[in-house]
Design a protein around this ligand. Sequence first.
Ligand SMILES: CSC[C@H]1O[C@@H](n2cnc3c(O)ncnc32)[C@H](O)[C@@H]1O
Ligand SMILES: [Zn+2]
Length: 432
Amino acid sequence: MAKLLLRGMVLPMSGAEDFYPQGEVAVDGDRIVSVGAKGSAPRGFEPDRLLDRSNDVIMPGLINTHTHAAMTLLRGYADDLPLMPWLEDKVWPFEAKLSDEDIYWGTMLALTEMIRSGTTTMSDMYASMDRVAEAVLSAGTRAALARGMIGSAANGLQALRENIELYRACHRAGEGRLRVMFGPHAPYTCPGDFLQRVKSEAESLGAGIHIHVAETEAEIETIRQEHGRTPVQWLNDLGLFDGPVLAAHCVHLTPADMEILAEKQVCVAHNPESNMKLNSGTAPVPELTRRGVVVSLGTDGASSNNNLDLFGEMRSAALQQKLRVDSSALPAYEVLEMATVKGARALGFEEVGMLAPGFKADLITVDFDQPHFYPRFSIPAHLVYAAHAGDVRDVMVNGRMIMEERRLLSLDEKKICAEAEKRAKGIARELL
Ligand SMILES: CSC[C@H]1O[C@@H](n2cnc3c(O)ncnc32)[C@H](O)[C@@H]1O
Ligand SMILES: [Zn+2]
């Protein structure tokens, strides 16, 4: 097992006070041994390699808690529409034509973009999840995978069987890099009896549930007409929140909804850019965190965003709340927590999200020797308000370097881009 010592400006994300302007992180195999000031590595720790990144920030890898990775194939295919026309008229007809192989290459494209922008873990909800798992394992990243399920009869039940199979085959696979959740799409696409069936299957396996909730006003109105309550109240009454749940979006919430989410320890994946692009609305993030809800960050798919860059997403998350509430809302360090430690909690990855002894070595280095990072008054502020995807220099997951000096080590980027281009254009031609 290789031993590595990284030196640089270390932001461990283990508490607001923790920062080492000249620090070091010692890694042995897949785990972090020590984090601290320069010279803090344990006596006797003899690294096989010293990585001097004195002008870089060394921080935990970013965690994207809500995406549909293979939707990179739809990037730029369906823009400037609200949610339901976007889904029904453009996205679902395109997705109906995707083969397992298309989903594999779309996911590979997503992973390439994610690694380049410092994302080491994603939470994905889609179809052909065995191929998504294969892509994640070969890219070397970490993921929580959920089979997206729509409907109740033939389609929904087949998807549920696939989700169970996925759990059995992949949960904790790849040295623990994979986790499996259950992915009922939304309260407006899954009937109550189906949601309860999903809940009981997930419960019997001890798995969490990943679901879209309260995304648009139209959803609130549909569920009110069908069930006479809000989506959060409906799902709670069905018992869905009795186990671990990751609820994506949660834009339109009443105070009573927020109390339920807090009481049931439902985690929320906040997707500000998708919510803006589809004109869904602005989620009440400070109101949720004030109540103790764990709010993490996601990009959603690359068709409603249109990128998978969590640096951009952090900036949007912060600015959106400042516009909605006031300039003190959602300060930089809290946004960084959403993209790291809180993401790990939301997905049930207990050993990632911060740099701490005993934790898995998932980390990135950000090249701070660039004009947009001077003067260096505040590292968290620079990371949230000034950084962009291309600033990421190195990416390590589970102790393995998968990008070094901006060179991808686990993926063939040119081949992936060519395959994605060919496959997406082929489907678009068929739909003309
Ligand atoms: C059944 S797999 C997941 C399913 O979700 C669709 N999707 C992508 N983005 C959103 C969104 O913001 N709200 C609801 N559904 C979304 C995706 O296209 C897949 O069909
Ligand atoms: Zn989504």
